[in-house]
Design a protein around this ligand. Structure first.
Ligand code: SAM
Ligand code: SF4
Ligand code: F3S
Length: 470
């Protein structure tokens, strides 16, 4: 699609600010002080969208609460990636019938990736009459207008049309206080991995202009954020749609020029588009964390082909070898799916052997969940849930042993961490992250939050390191 049709014109965004004004004035007239509860599920991309929803709500005059009982407006910002995620949302929606009974004026909204699925929006239309507003990720930028329609028309509003997808710059954001911030650098996905719903609900890949990303990161650094994660379903294809000969490595190199004490991370990377140029750039840039989340999904070539991943086990291993060679001490994490349709035990064990071979610092492991509308959901899937669970447990056992070993190797070492908040362990009241994003629970005073520190690692387990400032 033409770039002019991708960027939402400023006049349309100004119109949305007009709706924010109207909503604010309506509440002022009623002398009301409305509160909103925004509940976000799913990935960081969705968290970033939730922060934009909160930005627009703040400008409409809302304050925020975590308790749906206290809220005048409840938003479920949903994820469609696995069935379990969807079931939870339907459960939550059911529970909201009670809060609405207590407060019939309460407005209930369903948005995010689930809302973009036709199957879901029809079910809401039919069976969840207490839901007032349903809109998918494509309509996020016009949330003020949709909300105004609900308040003004007192009718149900659905905005769930399938679209290529757009980019709206300058939407207000309410960020978490602290040191961490998320920056979406691109939206959508073109890869159509055969198991995945994301391309269907998030539209085609579109990259933000580099200048907009650079300005946002600069403003975050100036505001004191120290741990900034660049987001995209596949950041390695950043820039492909800009046609200006500028890629993700170029963006990292330009961000690295921004002065200040901060770390840049990014996720996710698709192995098919990971380049030596990217790893060389990471190695060269002092602000870019030596950490790589590179999902491999399966260690078996037949399964990778069926998944439409477009790389082989050998190509993946070569990427890791190269990345480690230019970044000694690189912290590696990945995503894995066990039980893809037709996967055999031997093929699942190829995944386990890849995990043993690479030695990931941590893994995000999933049992395959069929997503209606995707290609894999149509494939024969003869293995039972129990078999898949057995393969999954084997994978977890191998990874947990590996994580524990890798963590134990830190004991006695001094590492640099960023203290990012309080922990729930009274013996180690602070929580911090290494450059590689390993969790370190720390002794020390709350005043250290927000600082980079050298700490000595004194203990470890599968999930965390423990240490004291030196
Ligand atoms: N775009 C990123 C990528 O390709 O790595 C992340 C996509 S998805 C939001 C995060 C992870 O969920 C995927 O890497 C995959 O392991 C898992 N996932 C996606 N679809 C799934 C499904 N149908 N069943 C189980 N896990 C799934
Ligand atoms: Fe889904 Fe594949 Fe796109 Fe990731 S790259 S979002 S797994 S289709
Ligand atoms: Fe993220 Fe879930 Fe959507 S993982 S992109 S919120 S389907």
């Amino acid at each position: 699609m033409n770039r002019e049709n991708v960027l939402i014109p400023e006049a349309d965004l100004a119109r949305q600010r007009g709706f924010e004004e109207k909503i604010r004035a309506m509440f002022a007239d009623r002398q009301a002080h409305p509160a909103a509860c925004v509940d976000t599920f799913g990935c960081q991309q969705n968290v970033a969208d939730g922060q934009k929803l909160m930005g627009m709500l703040r400008d409409c005059g809302f304050t925020f609460t975590e308790d749906p009982k206290e809220a005048d407006l409840v938003i479920l910002n949903t994820c469609a990636v696995r069935e379990h995620a969807e079931d939870r949302v339907f459960g939550n929606l059911g529970a909201l019938t009670h809060t609405k009974k207590e407060n019939p004026e309460q407005v209930i909204c369903l948005c995010g990736c689930m809302a973009q699925e036709q199957r879901v929006s029809e079910r809401i239309r039919r069976s969840y009459p207490h839901v007032n507003l349903v809109f998918g990720p494509h309509a996020l930028w016009k949330f003020p207008e949709l909300l105004w329609q609900v308040y003004e028309g007192r009718k149900r509003v659905f905005s769930v049309d399938d679209e290529h997808g757009t980019i709206a710059e300058g939407i207000p954001v309410v960020r978490e206080k602290g040191v961490k911030a998320w920056v979406s650098i691109m939206y959508g996905c073109n890869n159509f991995c055969s198991y995945c719903i994301v391309p269907y609900v998030r539209g085609r890949e579109r990259s933000r202009d580099p200048q907009c990303v650079l300005e946002e990161v600069r403003a975050l650094v100036d505001a004191g954020y120290k741990d900034i994660t660049l987001l995209g379903q596949n950041v390695n294809s950043y820039g492909n749609d800009l046609n200006i000969g500028y890629d993700f490595a170029d963006l990292l190199a330009d961000i690295d020029q921004i002065p200040g004490e901060y770390l840049i991370r990014f996720m996710s990377s698709h192995p098919k588009d990971a380049t030596k140029k990217l790893f060389d750039t990471m190695a060269r840039c002092s602000h870019v964390a030596r950490q790589l989340h590179l999902p491999f999904q399966s260690g078996n070539d037949r399964v990778l082909r069926e998944m439409n991943r477009r790389y082989t086990r050998a190509q993946y291993l070569e990427l890791i070898r190269y990345a480690k060679s230019v970044m000694p001490g690189l912290v590696l994490t990945s995503d894995v799916i066990i039980g893809f349709p037709g996967e055999t035990e031997a093929e699942a064990m190829d995944t386990v052997s890849l995990v043993e071979e690479v030695g990931f610092d941590a893994l995000f492991t999933f049992i395959y969940s069929p997503r209606p509308g995707t290609k894999a959901a149509e494939m024969p899937d003869p293995a039972t849930r129990q078999e898949k669970q057995k393969w999954f447990d084997k994978l977890l056992a191998v990874q947990n042993e590996m994580s524990a070993k890798l963590h134990a190797a830190y004991i006695g070492k001094t590492v640099r961490v960023l203290v990012d908040g309080e922990s729930d362990d009274p013996a180690y009241p602070l929580s911090s992250r290494t450059e590689g994003n390993r969790l370190v629970r720390l002794t020390g005073d709350k005043a250290l939050i927000g600082q980079f520190l050298d700490v000595k690692i004194t203990a470890s387990n599968t999930w965390a390191l423990y240490g004291e400032p030196v």
